[in-house]
Design a protein around this ligand. Sequence first.
Ligand SMILES: Cc1cc2nc3c(=O)[nH]c(=O)nc-3n(C[C@H](O)[C@H](O)[C@H](O)COP(=O)(O)O)c2cc1C
Length: 187
Amino acid sequence: MTNQTLDVIQARRSIRAYKADKPVNAEQISTLVDAALAAPSANNKQPWLLNVVTNAELLAGFDKAVVETLKTLAPEAYDRIVSRGGTVLYHAPLLILVLIPSDSKPYMDAGILTENIAIAAKAIGLDSVILGLPGMVFQGDKAGEWREKLRIPEGYEYGVSVAAGTAEDGAAGRSYSPDYSKVTYLD
Ligand SMILES: Cc1cc2nc3c(=O)[nH]c(=O)nc-3n(C[C@H](O)[C@H](O)[C@H](O)COP(=O)(O)O)c2cc1C
């Protein structure tokens, strides 16, 4: 079956190298935010906050702080990241933080919203990668500083984030083939 939406879903891949000097423009950001906010949520609670970060200095500082935190809290992840170029944000010019209430932690709702952003990014010619790892910074000794800098309000925490932008030339995602062994049909 040929369908534009299905094609975009199949074409999305996590991209881990971006052109830092190619910003995501205001119209594109607005499209991503609209796609995010259109997500379904349990009881329509919309239990999220989105912080949209485009400040290059802030992004670079956050990237560095996360990598530093990994060094002490997750040495294996640190080694992997260093071997891949020492960045967790991959120089993306846009990071959308998906914040969730600390008491209820609605990861399901946050995840659905997050995928909407990733699909919308692909639909408008951008690439993206969903990021859990940066959340580690909020377990380290710089947690308070980064909560403040990224304006994470009291009662909320980092759920996940999406980095997006224009892929570096030659940056390709993983090759993919569906694993149908995951599927059971009950006829
Ligand atoms: C909840 C979640 C957290 C993720 N965190 C990271 C991350 O911190 N860093 C990273 O490079 N990729 C991260 N990824 C991307 C996955 O590695 C990627 O989706 C997976 O390898 C499949 O590849 P694909 O997205 O290209 O299909 C994350 C994905 C999800 C869904």
